[in-house]
Design a protein around this ligand. Structure first.
Ligand code: T4K
Length: 400
């Protein structure tokens, strides 16, 4: 019997700087008594990120959801937007808050991002944009989506909430499409407690976003547009600055964890791994999704999810249910039956991954999964005779 963990192992866990480093930063904030409204740390964070992302066209926000809402408003997106059902619900919420109609189309089975063929087939005269998500940090089909967007004269926006630090062909992921949103939430590869960032092609958008996130203020007496409040504060920027300098180290640890999982899980029947990123991609190992094939594994995904909890392992089912299946979105436009998204959502489990997760713990999680699989297969084999009980054959051997 494998021993359960003596503390919860969660799907995500924030990386933190040392308390001493953070305390030193707090002293500066205390001395200045400047807490928010574009303070010096937010400005320094913006400059460092601009260098990291290779663009000056960048704006910081209090979180990723508001960043995306403001992006859609600032770019004047209206009507229908073709988007993915396989994402965190905030992607769709941002559309709805702008009174835009989401049109859900299916995903491709390899990396779970929008299927370009389905996108093109769904374009109508009412389509104003495509909003795709780099799910788990894996880049979408960038070239094909770009071609479709240009051909049909619609904007191309990316939800890169999971994709900070990802590069394709040496180019930061935020340089693709018309605009990209990043989340710096505590559970992400890189975080600023909460936080969000937009990178964009049109340099004119920066001023517009500055207005929109700060009540539309031009100066003390002039308001030029009905903005909202979505400013990042100094505490967030402090966290972000300290962690940005450690990004490479954090990504390297995640890479090693991902590799260990792959080496171990590949041998377990019924556990399907996502394809390795292609050579041109510098990946960030944001999540550790696997698909559970009930037939081969011997039990369905939800049972495995529940049994892992008995061992103090809190995997998540990102992204189940699909967004169009949430009660508030039922009845929206869905192009087709979404067979791929539905299949993946019913099978996916995202296993714990964070930079401080020990490789020994990864091994133990894999041991547990392996054990549960053999137990499940044993159980299904043992239960089989029950079907013949009428014929006076063996009684089923119940397995816990
Ligand atoms: N688009 C996409 C594709 C997204 O995934 C997200 C956010 C957004 C847009 C919106 O960006 P933000 O507005 O959030 O910047 C979490 C996050 O809250 C959310 O940011 C994230 N996606 C989503 C995928 O995951 P929950 O409700 O599942 O989080 P929660 O509280 O259950 O935490 C997840 C795990 O992390 C738990 O096992 C516990 C652990 N945890 C969590 C927190 C907050 C910690 O160990 N420490 C912590 O401080 O949404």
């Amino acid at each position: 019997m494998i021993k359960p963990f003596d503390h919860p192992i969660t799907a995500a866990r924030p990386t933190l700087p040392s308390l001493e480093e953070f305390r030193r930063g707090l002293e500066g904030i205390w001395d200045r008594a400047w807490l928010t409204n574009n303070g010096p740390l937010v400005e320094e964070f913006r400059r460092n990120l601009a260098e990291f992302c290779g663009t000056k066209n960048l704006s910081l926000f209090v979180n990723g959801t508001l960043a995306l809402q403001i992006a859609l408003q600032g770019m004047g997106i209206t009507g229908d937007v073709i988007t993915t059902p396989y994402t965190f619900v905030a992607t769709t919420h941002a559309l709805f808050w702008n009174k835009i109609r989401p049109v859900f189309v299916d995903i491709e089975p390899e990396y779970y991002s929008l299927d370009p063929a389905q996108v093109e087939a769904a374009i109508t005269p009412w389509t104003s944009a495509i909003l795709a998500a780099h799910v788990y940090g894996q880049p979408c089909r960038l070239k094909e989506l770009e071609e479709i967007a240009r051909k049909h004269g619609v904007k191309l926006l990316y939800d890169a909430a999971h994709a900070f630090g990802v590069e394709v062909g040496g180019k930061p992921i935020g340089q693709f499409g018309d605009l990209t949103m990043f989340s710096f939430h505590a559970t992400k590869v890189f975080h600023s407690i909460e936080g969000g960032m937009l990178t964009f092609r049109d340099p004119g958008l920066r001023r517009l976003f500055d207005y929109l996130k700060n009540f539309g203020f031009e100066n003390e007496t002039e308001v030029v547009m009905p903005g909202t409040n979505a400013k990042m504060n100094e505490f967030q920027a402090l966290m972000g600055l300290l962690l940005l300098s450690r990004l490479d180290e954090m990504l390297e640890k995640r890479r090693a964890i991902n590799q260990r999982y792959r080496e171990r899980l590949v041998a377990i029947p019924g556990v399907r791994l996502v394809a390795e990123p292609v050579a041109a991609v510098r990946y960030n190992y944001a999540y550790m999704p696997v698909e559970v094939d009930e037939g081969e594994f011997g039990t369905e995904r939800d049972q495995l999810y529940g049994k892992l909890r008995d061992y103090n392992v809190y995997a998540r089912r990102y992204f189940y249910p699909l967004v169009p299946d949430f009660s508030c979105y039922r009845g929206l436009i869905v192009a087709g039956d979404l067979p791929v998204a539905r299949r993946v959502a019913s099978r996916v489990l995202t296993l714990p991954i964070y930079s401080d997760l020990a490789l020994d713990d990864v091994d133990r999680i894999c041991d547990i999964i392996e054990h549960l699989q053999s137990e499940a297969c044993g159980a299904s084999r043992a239960v089989k005779p029950a079907q013949h009980a009428d014929f006076g054959l063996l009684l089923p051997v119940a397995q816990s």
